[in-house]
Design a protein around this ligand. Structure first.
Ligand SMILES: [Zn+2]
Length: 204
């Protein structure tokens, strides 16, 4: 059995990754989606992800890692993340032998999360059924939310400080690399008194 962990480089999915690496011996495939849209968060997020994957491989245990990109920079509209995640998770699950679980780092406190998660699974299920019609994939795929009940402050506090500093939250970075300190994700980070990730510490 293999678990596919969808990984953004933020606090929640990093905490989920550490939990999966530390508390289970499941075979893991970790996948990051480079989300390129007019908000231009892709570059900074990508640097964070690279640093966090290296850290986790060095401090916990080995795991398979891959990434893919969705590029919508020419569009005014911002694609909905949970739909992009459902679409990509389906492709990667099919690409992963014996993948029977998808792990997502969403939290009970996330906006409208029950409805968003249900819609996300619905998109995945419809796509997955198309592959099953070709006898690909596994008969059952379970969705798992390993950090769902844990408050973000507690997740952050449980991460090693040097790992926490590598996580990226900002959705609308200035010049693509500096946290804006104004978007919702930046404000949550400030409220929890978590230092903003910076291009400097990602580069070091
Ligand atoms: Zn921001």
């Amino acid at each position: 059995m293999t678990t596919l962990a969808m990984f953004s480089g933020g606090i929640d999915s990093t905490a989920m990754l550490v939990k999966l690496l530390g508390e289970s011996s499941d075979e893991l495939r970790v996948h990051h989606i480079r989300m390129d849209n007019r908000e231009m968060r892709g570059q900074a997020e990508g640097r964070a992800v690279e640093a966090i994957v290296a850290y986790c491989r060095g401090h916990y245990r080995p795991f398979r890692y891959s990434e893919s990109g969705l590029e919508f920079r020419a569009l005014e509209a911002i694609p909905i993340d949970y739909l992009s995640i459902a679409f990509v998770a389906c492709q990667v699950a099919i690409d992963t032998p014996r993948c029977t679980r998808i792990a997502i780092g969403s939290l009970v406190a996330d906006t409208d999360i029950a409805n968003r998660s249900a819609r996300q699974r619905r998109v995945f299920d419809e796509m997955y059924a198309c592959y099953r019609a070709r006898k690909l994939g596994e008969p059952e795929v379970e969705w798992s939310y390993p950090v769902y009940e844990i408050p973000k402050a507690k997740l952050a506090a449980a991460l090693p400080a040097d790992l926490l500093e590598l996580t990226w939250s900002c959705r609308t970075p200035v010049d693509g690399v500096t946290p804006c300190l104004r978007c919702k994700a930046c404000r949550v980070r400030q409220d929890l008194r978590i230092p903003a990730a910076t291009a400097q510490n990602l580069a070091s």
